[in-house]
Design a protein around this ligand. Structure first.
Ligand code: 7PJ
Length: 275
C-alpha cells in the first residue's frame, strides 16, 4: 500500500514510525524541552536518522486538562519548525492540528500530511483539508481534552469508535476527499479507560475493514503506565514498544511514538517475521 503525501510517496507495505515532535511548553512526556526552533530541528533530525519516516509536529497539547492554545500561538510554534524541517531534512512532515488556518499555513511551509485529533470537525476544516490536497488522519475522541477522561463510556467501544470513523470518512468523501487520502486512528487515551484502550488494541484488525491505512498512538500514554502498575512517563519505553509491536502485528500501518530508535528496531523484527 502506497500513500501519496503531496510530492512524496509513503510506502506502507511495512509499518512506519511517526516520531512525535512537540513544540508545546506543557506537553506531558517531553516537558517542553523542544520548544525552541533549533532544538526542535535537532530532535527532528535525530528521529529521522533513527528511522522515523514521518515527523509529527504539534503545537497544541491535547493531554487531559491541558490549557488551550490560541491560533497565533499554534502558528508561531508550528510553522517555523515545519519550514525548517522541510528545507533541511529528507522526511515526511505531518502536522498535528485541528485548526484550518494552521493546516493551510503548514501546507505552504512544506507539510505532507494532516493529523487531526478532532477528525476535521472544526468549522472549515473539511474544506481546507480538501483544498490542501494532502492526506488526512481522522482520529476518534470522545468529549474534548478538558473533560474526556472524566467518565469515558461506550455501548461497545469497538463498534462505537468504528462507526464514528466510518462517518468521518463519509464526511470527507462528501467534500471530495477520496479514501486514498484518508487514514484512521482509534485515538488511544482520548476519552477512554485503560480497558477501552486494550480492547481496541486487541481488536485493531477490525479497523482495516474501513479500507484505509490505520495509524495508532499509544507511546508513553497512561494505558502503558497502568499495565505496568503505575510507572512514570520516563519508565514507559519498553511497554510502549511492546504496544507498537502488537499494533503492527494487528495491521497498523503507522505508529506514532516518542522512542523512535527502539520502536524502529522492534518493527524491523516484525517486518522480518511478516516476510
Ligand atoms: C495522538 C495524536 C494519537 C494521533 C496525540 C500524546 C497526545 N495524533 N496526537 N493519534 N496523540 N493521530 O501524544 O500523548 O494517538 S497528542
Amino acid at each position: 500500500m502506497k500513500l501519496r503525501c503531496g510530492d512524496r510517496i509513503l510506502d506502507l507495505a511495512s509499518t512506519k514510525v511517526m516520531g512525535v515532535l512537540n513544540t508545546t511548553p506543557d506537553s506531558f512526556s517531553d516537558g517542553g524541552q523542544f520548544s525552541t526552533v533549533e532544538s526542535a530541528i535537532h530532535r527532528a533530525g535525530l528521529m529521522a536518522s533513527q528511522g522515523a519516516a514521518i515527523i509529527d509536529v504539534g503545537g497544541e497539547s491535547t493531554r487531559p486538562g491541558a490549557s488551550q492554545v490560541t491560533l497565533q500561538q499554534e502558528l508561531d510554534r508550528v510553522i517555523p519548525v515545519v519550514e525548517k524541517i522541510s528545507r533541511n531534512i529528507d522526511v515526511c512532515i505531518s502536522v498535528d492540528s485541528s485548526s484550518p488556518e494552521v493546516m493551510r499555513a503548514a501546507k505552504e511551509a512544506g507539510a505532507h500530511l494532516l493529523n487531526d485529533v478532532r477528525a476535521l470537525k472544526r468549522e472549515g476544516a473539511l474544506q481546507v483539508a480538501k483544498d490542501m490536497a494532502l492526506p488526512v488522519c481522522l482520529m476518534h475522541m470522545q468529549g474534548k481534552p478538558s473533560n474526556m477522561q472524566k467518565n469515558p463510556s461506550y455501548t461497545g467501544v469497538l463498534d462505537d469508535v468504528y462507526v464514528y470513523l466510518a462517518k468521518r470518512i463519509q464526511a470527507c468523501n462528501h467534500v471530495g476527499i477520496e479514501n486514498d487520502q484518508i487514514l484512521v486512528d482509534p485515538g488511544f487515551g482520548f476519552g477512554k479507560t485503560a480497558q477501552h484502550n486494550f480492547q481496541l488494541l486487541a481488536k485493531l484488525e477490525r479497523f482495516k475493514t474501513l479500507g484505509v491505512p490505520v495509524l495508532v498512538g499509544m507511546s508513553r500514554k497512561s494505558m502503558i503506565g497502568e499495565a505496568l502498575g503505575g510507572v512514570s512517563v520516563d519508565e514507559r519505553t519498553v511497554g510502549s514498544v511492546a504496544a507498537a509491536v502488537i499494533a503492527a502485528m494487528h495491521g497498523a500501518h503507522i505508529v506514532r511514538v516518542h522512542d523512535v530508535k527502539e520502536t524502529y528496531q522492534a518493527l524491523e523484527v516484525v517486518k522480518a517475521v511478516k516476510a
